[in-house]
Design a protein around this ligand. Structure first.
Ligand SMILES: *Cc1c(COP(=O)(O)O)cnc(C)c1O
Length: 377
């Protein structure tokens, strides 16, 4: 593809840091680069504790264990999300309870949460779609009143803010992704952020195969042994070294993406005025991170034609999630609460445009192709 949908950005320092990790001799996890990354994440997000994981999926699985999710428990979440948001809880025997999204941000509709709460509800998982924050004040207020845990799936949310607070720093726990399709990448990669220190010690143990290895290395216990359930959720140092180069450059990466995002936004203002497309809506209280530029087209048919028209010009435009409530596993393991009007309507009409830091002048070709495809709609 001439202009692919995504192309991971390299900062130029990745191999240098990998060489340092190689020279240092520690290849397993929790070495110097992992520690640098954890500290950076704590500083930048104000989370009380950050722990690198090998994926956001892994971090989500850790949150399910930490929240003591048990068979039959219910976890409220949007249907319009990636499978891992639900899978992590289904693995513990929980029932994902899917609710509709807001038509403006495509985030969980906070006004529908309370009606979905039952005596079995344990947690609310929010997803900050496209790096645009959910309505966290309302969500935290509902959760506190019902004594529910809030987990932020901030896979797309690094460097974005809600009312000045970093996404991922608001719920009791949150998760980040460094998958190569995200803004800051390490191929596969992720992190668990802990904001309620009650979960901190157990998080270390679960991440280290259920052992107290971390405490042992700090000299807090004199034996290193099996103390709890757990798995291996940490990345090796090579991955952490790669990620360190990216985190150092995170501000620059975000700025470059923002420039491209704003250019698309300006270019398509006219199409929106003509009712041909709807552009993303960013609420005043949110500072986003230009994770994604999407357009909402008039219908599924229009979207299919639109994607084909761009593909004919060798441009990678793609749709996004098949709502989980209409997926085979979602139907088997989960249930819906309330109508899924916006989820069903908007997921069929959404198309994502190429957006990566080195897109540069090729963006003009994308804009031209979009204008032409929209004219024919
Ligand atoms: C990318 C993504 C994930 C999964 O991240 P991995 O690091 O690939 O496991 C989970 N949730 C959301 C909302 C995502 O966008």
């Amino acid at each position: 593809m001439n202009i692919p949908f995504n192309k991971p950005h390299m900062t130029g320092k990745e191999l240098w840091y990998i060489a340092q990790a190689h020279h240092g001799g520690q290849l397993s996890g929790d070495g110097p680069f992992t520690k640098k990354c954890n500290t950076w994440l704590e500083k930048r997000t104000s989370a009380k504790k950050a722990l690198l994981t090998h994926s956001c999926t892994a971090a989500l699985e850790m949150t399910a264990i930490l929240a003591e999710i048990a068979p039959g428990d219910e976890v409220i979440m949007p249907s319009y999300t990636f499978v891992s948001t639900a899978n992590a809880f289904v693995l513990r025997g929980a029932v994902p309870v899917f609710i509709d999204i807001r038509p403006d941000t495509l985030n969980i509709d906070e006004a529908r949460i309370e009606a979905a709460i039952t005596s079995r509800t344990k947690a609310i998982v929010v997803v900050h779609y496209a790096g645009v924050g959910c309505e966290m004040d309302t969500i935290m207020e509902i959760a506190n009143r019902h004594k529910l845990i809030v987990i932020e799936d901030a896979a797309q949310g690094l460097m974005a803010r809600y009312k000045g607070r970093a996404l991922g720093s608001i719920g009791q726990m949150s998760t980040l992704s460094f998958h190569e399709t995200k803004n800051v990448v390490s191929g596969e990669g992720g992190a668990l952020l802990i904001n309620d220190l009650e979960f901190a010690e157990r998080a270390e143990i679960i991440r280290e195969k259920g052992t107290n290895r971390s405490q042992f290395f700090r000299g807090q216990v004199d034996k290193y042994t099996w103390v709890d359930v757990g798995s291996s959720y940490l990345p090796g140092e090579i991955i952490a070294a790669f990620l360190w180069a990216q985190l150092e450059d995170a501000t620059h990466i975000t700025t470059r993406r923002m420039v491209l995002w704003e250019r698309y936004h300006e270019a398509f203002e006219e199409l929106e005025a003509q009712d041909k497309v709807r552009r993303p809506i960013i609420p005043n209280e949110c500072e986003h991170n230009a994770h994604m530029y999407y357009l909402l087209l008039p219908s599924l048919e229009a979207r299919t034609k639109f994607i084909a028209a761009l593909r004919a010009k060798d441009i990678g435009a793609v749709f996004h999630y098949v709502p989980l409530h209409s997926s085979p596993a979602g139907q088997k393991f989960g249930r819906t609460a309330g109508a899924m009007l916006h989820t069903d309507a908007l997921s069929d009409r959404l198309v994502r445009l190429p957006l990566w830091p080195d897109l540069g002048k090729q963006q003009h070709a994308v804009v031209d192709a979009v204008m032409e495809a929209a004219r024919d709609m």
